[in-house]
Design a protein around this ligand. Structure first.
Ligand SMILES: *[C@@H]1O[C@H](CO)[C@@H](O)[C@H](O)[C@H]1NC(C)=O
Ligand SMILES: *[C@@H]1O[C@H](CO)[C@@H](O)[C@H](O)[C@H]1NC(C)=O
Length: 389
């Protein structure tokens, strides 16, 4: 063994032996903070703040990581312009601003194309979708937009007075982008194959008053998707669509609907619960949805996360509701090894980290750690495949 390879091996061992994981927490109050979570420290695990940025003020309510770039929205109201900012994840997890670009007001979600050259944002307040050309180093140039109107309000007029695109999601093959539009009761579909322009296709209709917010393709991984799970914020239910992708088109057929409370009764409020995030486990065998405003947990003081098992034909079976560790769980994410779930509780402002058991999909009912943050709208794990030192 040469000295160089011994040194390289030692360095790799030093970095991979570290038990610390990174979590980025974006808040509705202006900051994106970098935290370290060390599951082995203090017997109980330890969370430590590493860095903070306010460059995505007023409201960095969503972040997406691609390689060592972190993209964040600055959510605004109308008529302010929306901003998408790219940061390089630097040493000690400091976010270094590299570029930004303006788009439709009120961006709330970002998708990145497979090669990293295409960035798409969905804007709730302004009712539109933007596309940006990305140079792969954080440079962003606005290239295209779609803005929508409604002829008449939807079934829930105070929330569906206009179109409200709520998320942008790339399909695993990188050919399609979908955008659930909460106000228009449809999932908008685009072909993004050309990677310089996106082309709108026929959208997928959801029932009146469903309020599609977020969605996830099934199965996980890079295979052609066979199904799509869409969560309806206004109906607190999940629709399963069977999908087929061929000839540049994505077609969907509704095959099942299940409550985000499973077999338990849906709290009637007021205020009524409003479902938020939906995600599959890394092995694709379990589906999770967060319920905001339900207060069904911890003696009526916390909201819930619903767990479903997913059969190979995408059939969902309700398993349990567990506490979210606070109020209004707007977002959550699961580590790649499936062992931890970080939940951003927007209402109580804290984020909570729970142990998850990959062998049976259950989430612990007590958090390992709960940390007060200045609002917690989005919590994403950063787990680089290779550490460069
Ligand atoms: C859409 O893009 C065009 C061209 O860049 C721009 O002039 C227009 O203001 C944009 N619309 C919105 C609503 O952002
Ligand atoms: C899931 O697995 C964990 C760890 O093995 C165990 O403690 C827990 O009781 C299991 N839960 C169910 C519902 O089987």
């Amino acid at each position: 063994m040469s000295l160089r390879s011994i040194l390289t091996t030692t360095l790799l061992m030093a970095t991979t032996a570290s038990a610390a994981r990174t979590l980025f927490v974006g808040s509705g109050k202006g900051t994106i903070k970098s935290y370290e979570f060390d599951e082995t420290a203090n017997a109980q695990g330890l969370v430590k703040e590493l860095a903070s940025t306010s460059e995505s003020s007023p409201a960095p309510t969503w972040q997406t990581i691609f390689g060592d770039l972190l993209y964040s929205v600055s959510e605004s109201g109308v008529p302010a312009e929306g901003v998408v900012t790219a940061y390089q994840i630097g040493s000690n997890r400091k976010l270094i601003k590299k570029g930004s670009a303006k788009g439709v007001a009120g961006p709330v979600s970002i998708a990145v194309g497979k090669d990293g050259k295409l960035v798409i944002s969905a804007s709730y307040a302004g009712g539109g979708v933007d596309m940006f050309a990305a140079d792969g180093y954080g440079g962003l140039t606005h290239s295209q937009n779609f803005t929508y109107t409604l002829n008449k309000p939807g079934r829930v007029p105070d929330r569906q007075e206009g179109p409200h695109p709520h998320q942008a999601i790339m399909d695993p093959t990188g050919e399609y982008v979908i955008v659930p539009d909460l106000g228009a009761d449809r999932v908008r579909v685009y072909n993004a194959k050309s990677s310089t322009t996106i082309k709108e296709l026929e959208s997928i209709k959801t029932p009146d008053g469903f309020g599609p917010r977020h969605a996830v393709f099934y199965p996980v991984g890079n295979a052609k998707p066979t199904h799509l799970f869409v969560v309806g914020e206004l109906s607190n239910s999940i629709i399963t669509f069977k999908i087929s992708c061929a000839g540049g088109q994505l077609k969907a057929k509704e095959i099942a609907t299940i409550s985000t409370f499973g077999t338990q009764s849906v709290p009637t409020g007021p205020p009524a619960p409003i479902a938020a995030e939906i995600a599959l486990s890394p092995d694709g065998k379990y589906l999770y949805v967060s319920n905001r405003g339900d207060k069904t947990q911890a003696g009526g003081t916390q909201d819930s996360i619903a767990t479903f098992s997913v059969a190979s034909d995408a059939k969902l079976a309700f398993m349990q509701l567990t506490p979210s560790g606070g109020l209004s769980p707007r977002h959550f994410s699961i580590t790649r090894d499936g062992n931890w779930v970080a939940i951003a509780n927007d209402g109580s402002g804290n984020f909570a980290i729970f142990r998850r058991y990959p062998e049976n999909g259950t989430i612990s009912s007590l958090p390992t750690i709960s940390t007060v943050n200045d609002g917690s709208a989005c919590a994403i794990w950063y787990e680089p495949k290779v550490e460069y030192s």
